[in-house]
Design a protein around this ligand. Sequence first.
Ligand SMILES: [Zn+2]
Length: 158
Amino acid sequence: MVHQGMQQRSDEDFMREAIAEAKAAAKEGNAPIGAVITIGNRIVARGHNKVFTRYDITAHAEVVAIQKLAKKIGTFELKRYKLFSTFVPCAMCLATILRANIPTVIYGAEAFDAPQFSSGIHQRVNRAVRRIAEDRIRFKGGVLRFECARLLANAKPD
Ligand SMILES: [Zn+2]
């Protein structure tokens, strides 16, 4: 319920929360990428990259947040939610976002801001899936891009 006079939280505001998750990932020795899922003014799930600590190549921030929310609300039908990520989602995350019917993805850094995370065949797959996903998902990139990219600058790729 939105009360009168309550200010809508901005995309930048939610991205700051995703950046805090990215910093938590880095502290654990994972790629500094974070995500939050929102509905209206509320954050309903948070996630950060857990690839190295879990030895799980699928534990990207976006997937971790989606898993948490689905478990919490008892469904993976997420068409009322928005996903924020500090880095442009990869093909695996986009496929997961499509399966969950999340209609809006807002992200910070672009692929070329962190080439060590998005090179060669991975980048070709990412671009192909992104083109397909654009039929169903509304993307907004570059939110707090500099801050998100700076986190990734010296990070070890996963
Ligand atoms: Zn991913």
